[in-house]
Design a protein around this ligand. Sequence first.
Ligand code: ADP
Ligand code: MG
Length: 301
Amino acid sequence: MNIAILSRNPKLYSTTRLVEAAKERGHEVRVLDVLRCYMNITSMRPSIHYKGEDLTGFDAVIPRIGASVTFYGTAVLRQFEMMGVYPLNESVAITRSRDKLRSLQLLARKGIGLPVTGFAHSPDDVQDMLKMVGGAPAVIKLLEGTQGIGVVLAETEKAAESVIEAFMGLKANILIQEFIKEAGGSDIRCLVVGGKVVAAMKRQGKEGEFRSNLHRGGSASLIRLTPEERSTAVRAASIMGLNVCGVDILRSNHGPVVMEVNSSPGLEGIEHATEKDIAGMIIQFIEKNHKPNSTKTRGRG
Ligand code: ADP
Ligand code: MG
């Protein structure tokens, strides 16, 4: 196959591993900086140009689109889809998963366990809003945050109100969530490829930290999933329409609850924790499933 990887940085661990895995399996592979792609959307024959070259002949495209370039990145991916190239994850599914509110609403609709969650822009009655999610302690999140930044634990009602008011002053969209204390500062990252959990790790926040993000000093270890956790992860991936994703789960007293679904999961932490060749599994999935003109939405969504 001839594979394109959309990634801003060819030196990133996940990108180099995907390149390596594709080459090992005898494929042609090229890393393209998504922001350098420019497109013709007026002609009957949609095309993508890159540094003066007309890009043609790709069988599959692996989107590794960072949160900060979602808008342009998914537009380029959509163009690949219109050209008939098989996308590992479809543009519509990526857009869906990048919107935290939309994701939670979709998952809730299908009965996936979630932390009790409220969201707001500028509520007039902050106390009622807080009561709705069970009061303090509560976790308050900035919608635009990643890597644990903008996620605050408010231990008391007063603290929660202050944080909500402060965020409101910034005119930010916020999410207010029941604090899953029993998770003990840890969460579970399930890596789903083609409807199966192929690897899972437990992330534990450092001493005194409730956020388990590896970027915040958390550490990863192996974990055995319960059948319920496994099926929750698989269902979450399917509801989002993602072939490959990371599903983050908290172990709560009321069963596994999904926190988020990531359409470009990092491979470094999970490959090291599990010693599995996830990049190889992703390439194998493409080998088995790629077909020209197979995008369900044909880039129209
Ligand atoms: P980000 O997108 O910035 O990673 P998350 O929603 O994943 O934000 O939150 C960061 C971390 O904070 C999670 O990995 C988890 O360890 C912890 N956390 C988030 N929400 C809750 C919650 N409702 N209860 C307990 N811990 C939480
Ligand atoms: Mg997270």
